[in-house]
Design a protein. Structure first.
Length: 394
């Protein structure tokens, strides 16, 4: 494997670890700070807000710097504030540190996706991006279960020290393995923002928000689905998370293959169709102890088929400002995280049960299919219009 791509994967591992490990140790943090679990949930929201704010801001500010230096600085920032998070003494300090920890997330993945494509052989750009995202998937497979175990058996602080250690490894990897690269963009910060005039860009951002929101509608309530609906012991949730992580690893590879064989947006459309179908099936199968675990693997796999195709789709739609467009997709992903959890929680609060979250997720995925189909129609319309204008002038 290209060492430069491996350095991006290590960074992705650290980011995936800090984003998802907190979900498993949230009750421990709440107890430590003497706050309620819903109030502790603000820490997850603070991180997501940091991603949304930091993605376009840090990408824009770093666009005039060589990409390898920007990636190094982002990992240094990430390492510093995640390590400091382990020393937080209360709600106020921890929520500020979580926000600051989230700021480099979107910019790293945004710039990293473009860099990964450029470092790959021609025609293999999808595989390069998939290697970077493999860090995120392996974090869910290995890092999050280990971090959760350490946080519960020692102290929640240990989980964030673990993130800091991974961050140091990522800094060293980027420093010594990443080749010298050009600046992320030759355009001015103001000129890059002209991509916001492109309808297709906004449609893909909406697609990412709604489509991935369908995944988080399911994933946010996976623990009570396994314990309360299927009737498993609480210990089984940890093994279910490993199954989901394994599915994500495999899905990431499949998604790269799909993006090579098909147009990225078509690969996204097909994946969202399968996601919607799987979530509907899960509402009927979740009460079975075996099938709920099988579907946990399958839904994790299907969902992460999206990662590479949707990244390529937005890079293609952001010509001239690829890193900015790519980072915006990370913001959309985190908005989808919050939206999926919120909307899925509404029917649960009304007393419709935990499987109602899967119906919400299926609906969001189906709406994503509608948006993807709209993008394809819009592209065909533009293509025909362009050819018609050429014919008129010729």
């Amino acid at each position: 494997m290209n060492k430069a791509l491996l350095s991006l994967a290590i960074g992705g591992f650290g980011i995936g670890l800090t984003e998802f490990v907190i979900m498993g140790i949230l009750p421990d943090i709440a107890t430590s700070f003497d706050i309620s679990i819903p109030m502790a949930g603000h820490f997850i929201s603070a991180y997501a807000l940091g991603v949304v704010v930091g993605a376009p801001t840090l990408t824009g500010l770093g666009s005039k710097w060589p990409a390898h230096k920007v990636l190094l600085l982002l990992m240094l920032w990430f390492t510093a504030f995640n390590t400091l998070s382990s020393f937080a003494t209360g709600y106020n300090s921890f929520i500020v540190l979580r926000f600051l920890s989230g700021l480099p997330h979107g910019a790293f993945f945004g710039i990293g996706a473009v860099v990964a494509g450029k470092l790959s052989k021609k025609g293999k750009e999808a595989q390069g991006i998939a290697i970077m995202f493999s860090g995120l998937t392996f974090a869910n497979l290995l890092g999050v279960p280990l971090g959760t175990y350490l946080g519960k058996h020692f102290n929640w602080n240990v989980s964030f020290l673990m993130v800091g250690i991974v961050g140091v490894l990522a800094v060293l990897a980027v420093k010594f393995w990443m080749p010298t690269l050009k600046q992320s963009s030759e355009n001015s910060f103001i000129k890059e923002f002209k991509i916001f005039k492109r309808l297709e860009l906004w449609l893909i951002i909406l697609l990412t928000t709604i489509g991935t929101g369908g995944f988080f509608a399911w994933y946010s309530y996976i623990a009570p689905l396994i314990t309360d609906v299927a009737g498993h012991d609480k210990q089984v949730v940890s093994y279910a998370m490993i199954l989901a992580g394994l599915g994500m690893v495999i899905g990431n590879v499949i998604g790269a293959k799909l993006a090579e064989k098909l147009q990225p947006i078509m690969a996204v459309l097909i994946t969202l169709v399968f996601m919607a179908v799987c979530l509907v099936l899960n509402t009927y199968l979740a009460s079975d102890k075996v099938m709920v675990l099988v579907m946990t693997f399958v839904i994790g796999m299907v969902t992460f088929c999206l990662s590479t195709p949707i990244s390529l789709a937005i890079i293609n739609a952001s010509k001239g400002a690829e890193t900015l467009g790519s980072s915006l997709n990370q913001s959309a992903f985190n908005v989808g995280n919050a939206a999926g959890a919120y909307f899925a929680g509404l029917p649960i609060a009304m007393g419709y049960g935990y499987t109602s979250a899967d119906w919400v997720g299926a609906g969001m995925a189906a709406f994503g299919v509608f948006i993807a189909f709209g993008i394809i129609l819009y592209r065909n319309y533009r293509f025909k219009r362009k050819n018609k204008m050429k014919a008129c002038y010729s």
